[in-house]
Design a protein around this ligand. Structure first.
Ligand SMILES: Nc1ncnc2c1ncn2[C@@H]1O[C@H](COP(=O)(O)OP(=O)(O)OP(=O)(O)O)[C@@H](O)[C@H]1O
Length: 255
């Protein structure tokens, strides 16, 4: 089989004495749509944050196209990345947060254009043109001049997705992208994600939107206590969970 786009092997991560990732291994191939589920505190966000260098790793490997990208602590004896390398890495891996993380003092247009200016060194004029096209694509053509406080949660999340997409990422990491939204806005964001799936985007998505994962996911990953406990085709895993731990979680969420 081809080299995975992203290969995680035996990844470990601790905060102080508490180990939150205990030897996680996961291969992600181009076009995979992987849903990650698990109880609060099981390490889902930490896993995503270790992939794009928001957190350092303590052991194991994270490879993108076979190249080691894990961020290692200073003084660990391994070579750690420069700020520039981390910025480049994050441009290749889009990250969408639960709480949008938009710049409140900038318009929707400039929120999307700014990374193109800062990271890709585009002129503001060119960056704004690209940003405007992306906002139109995501149904926000009439909101380019709005500030985040003037947008609904669903619109803000679509701006943050646009901001990731203009960088043409090879992979998108989404950390509960619909959890902070009112129920009537969830569908708008899921529709955008569905369009990304249709375009072949590779995605790792922490979500409890089981309908989305069941329909569009190529794999479901169930984490518990910092480990991957079950993984497989979402339809198989959801209809026949093998462990009591997953059965018990599924009892608490609609699927
Ligand atoms: N910066 C940090 N410092 C110390 N402990 C942390 C830090 N970030 C996370 N943790 C702890 O690590 C564990 C895993 O957290 P993580 O956010 O990865 O879990 P999660 O599965 O994403 O949870 P949730 O679904 O609630 O977001 C938790 O016990 C959390 O309290």
């Amino acid at each position: 089989m081809a080299t995975p786009l992203l290969a995680i092997e035996n990844l470990s991560k601790s905060y102080g004495d508490v180990q939150v990732l205990k030897g996680v291994s996961l291969d992600v191939h181009a076009g995979d749509v992987i849903g990650i589920i698990g109880r609060s505190g099981c390490g889902k966000s930490s896993l995503l944050r270790c992939i794009n260098g928001l957190e350092t790793i303590d052991g194991g490997t994270v490879n993108l196209h076979g190249e080691f990208i894990g961020r290692v602590p200073h003084g660990s004896g391994w070579r750690h990345q420069t700020e520039r390398e981390l910025i480049d890495l994050r441009a290749r891996i889009g990250f969408v947060f639960q709480q949008f993380n938009l710049w409140s003092n900038k318009t929707a247009l400039d929120n999307v254009a700014l990374p193109l200016v800062r990271v890709r060194k585009k002129s503001w004029a060119e960056a704004r043109e690209t940003a405007a096209e992306m906002l139109v694509k995501l149904g926000l053509g009439d909101k380019t001049a709005s500030h985040p406080s003037e947008l609904s949660g669903g619109q803000q999340q679509r701006v943050s997705i646009a901001r990731a997409l203009v960088m043409k990422p090879e992979l998108m990491l989404l950390d509960e992208p619909t959890s902070a939204l009112d129920p009537e806005l969830v569908l708008d964001v899921l529709k955008v994600l569905q369009d990304l799936v249709a375009e072949g985007m590779t995605m790792l998505c922490v979500t409890h939107e089981m309908g989305f994962i069941r329909t569009f996911g190529s794999r479901l990953v169930f984490m518990d206590g910092g480990e991957i406990v079950e993984t497989g085709d979402p339809r198989d895993v959801l209809s026949a969970p093998k462990t009591e731990r997953l059965r018990s979680l599924l009892g608490t969420i609609q699927h």
